[in-house]
Design a protein around this ligand. Sequence first.
Ligand SMILES: Nc1nc2c(ncn2[C@@H]2O[C@H](COP(=O)(O)OP(=O)(O)OP(=O)(O)O)[C@@H](O)[C@H]2O)c(=O)[nH]1
Ligand SMILES: [Mg+2]
Length: 717
Amino acid sequence: MSTPDAGLLVALVGNPNTGKSTLFNALTGLRQRVGNYPGVTVARKSGTCDLGDGQKVELVDLPGLYSLAAASPDEQVVIDALSGNIAGDRRPDAVVLVVDSTNLLRNLFLASQVAELGRPVVIVLNQADVAKEQGLRIDTELLSRRLGGVPVVMSSAWKGEGILDVRRAIASAVANQTPMKRVAWPTNIAAALTDVATAAAADTGKPVTEAEGQRLLFDTNPSTADRLGWTLAQRDKTLRSARDRVRNSGYNPMAAEPLVHYAHLRIILEGVVTEGAGKAGRSAAVDRLLLHRFLGPVLFLGIMLGFFGSVFWLAKFPMAWIQSGVDWTKTIVAPPLDAYPMLQSLLADGIIGGVGAFLVFLPQILILFLFIGILEDSGYMARAAFIMDRLFSWCGLNGKSFVPLLSGFACAIPSLLSTRTIEDPKARLATAFVVPFMSCSARFPIYALMCAAFIGPLYGPGWESVVMVGMHCVGLFFAVPTAFVLTRLVLKVKPQPFVLELPRYQMPKPRDVLWRMWQNAAEFVSKAGTVIFAITIIVWALSYFPRDASVAERIKASNPTAAEEVVKAKTQAAYVEQSYMGRFGKAVQPVFDPLGFDWKITVGVLASFPAREVIVSTLGVTYSVGEGAKADSQHLRKAMQDAKWSEGPRAGSPIFSLAAVLALMVFFALCSQCGPTIATLAQETGGWKWAAGSFVYMTALAWLAGTAVYQVVIRLT
Ligand SMILES: Nc1nc2c(ncn2[C@@H]2O[C@H](COP(=O)(O)OP(=O)(O)OP(=O)(O)O)[C@@H](O)[C@H]2O)c(=O)[nH]1
Ligand SMILES: [Mg+2]
């Protein structure tokens, strides 16, 4: 957070998806997340920008918004930043308005509202390359003159074109303090505005700016009044009579502001844009196909099937390489430690077995994020949201909820943050509650392990993709009725208008897509080195200790004629069974018995409550500790395929039956096993109530659904 006596502060403001974050990155050299759909940035981010002459300013990137009549929490961030309302922060010394060059009229509405704040502004006409492609020519000098001399520059932020002009324009705006030409309010509206500002100042004893007066008069949303401390009782009569005054002059008070601004802008823009020959947007034609009522969902399903199929197919070889790398490391590390069985087991079974089992999925994660990046950057992801909207509008949520829900398929955390774009707090809460049902990338390794070890070998690779898509639908299948009950019966959310703006289709930009992929890969690998590493060691220790020598003697005595290898294997198995983990797992196992989980899976499930992908490495440890530290230790996959029930009514039958495999995947699809998600949910819903509710609800649901799947499938197979 900046202090008041720091250098100059400049804010980037504009409609969603115009390229503010791209421009921010170009100006500061930082790497804020960008994406081709509205609502990528949901919080304030700042960096240092060099204006070219050695002068440095602090630049803030803000969420996009269409109007200063703030409705959603992310929009409120912008209003606060512009007015310097955030504690310890100051008002910006200049505002850079980032405008989509192909849509000047609508984009400049916000600019015209910001002009009312009286701050010096710079107008950046971004995406100039797209305007050029469409044959649009923009007379920036004329526009600048008409706006009262404020700097107007063109840029293509993602190509890095025009950035120097932007720097110079900011320097000039800061130096000259030129405000943008403001609208001329019709006399009656001007009088009503004065009435409101005067009354508010008198009632609250605080100075009220003209811009604040406008918010008080025009907005139905009381955030400005609340901030000023102007109570409902005080403002009610004043606002009613002021609005009557506006109405008497022939304007609907709720529409007066845009009408006056647009009339003002139409005059300003006359002759500024000339249309030459160029390719008009192709988006409309493509959308007729992709958003078709019936074809749209079919194509969507086809794309998803192809998507998961190719993730498996493409990842096959790199996964095999990593697997051999892990095996090779074991053969190097294990033999020299034969004299130190405990250390050998820690390194080979614990660390290499556990972390290795997890790292094998790196290629799949890379490819997954490559595809997600391509789908997002091309503009298709927003269409997918649109298609899904039909499903979700039925249960009281709308397209705006679906952008967060869709990004929940990558990770729940950013997706919970992006619910801030939803105005209605109840709709926001309902959306946040169902976000963790979306099948995030942390569930991917579990599905992938089960598919690769059981579904693929048993039914062929085609079924792998089908099960994969199916597992990603399990969450949706429960999210829809959950949302329905929440919105209709519990929270009683009012129906929301659909306001998602579809972005332009574009060629995915390799730089952005690869960067996203790289970041997620880095996060995945760092997890392997931290959470996974730590839990792996704990799980190893609990399944290694205590080691009572009498166990070995007992096994030896009861198998006098068996070969040494067999005795060794039996001893290892006996050790694990009587370890702390074995005792604990067996004590808790009855809880998970209806789902067909043995004690090792039970241990995995319990160890995975902080982070669900831990199950993979936990299975890696528990299954390799039982195997002994043989240099040619079997792969986890093989060990799981061979695992059999040793006691009870299922003795001798495979632990990982189709029923148990499906139950395990369904359990993980629904269970709330992610510490950071719970914490973020608590933070975003303002308390632990909903977070705790989500945890209990999802865990119970996962258990019930897992049990149902196991009990039905085991009877059918
Ligand atoms: N063709 C073209 N695309 C651009 C340009 N600048 C940004 N984009 C693309 O426009 C999309 C949106 O960019 P962002 O920087 O995320 O936009 P934003 O204004 O920060 O969006 P929000 O944070 O959602 O409000 C991305 O796909 C960018 O690659 C440009 O100059 N030309
Ligand atoms: Mg942004």
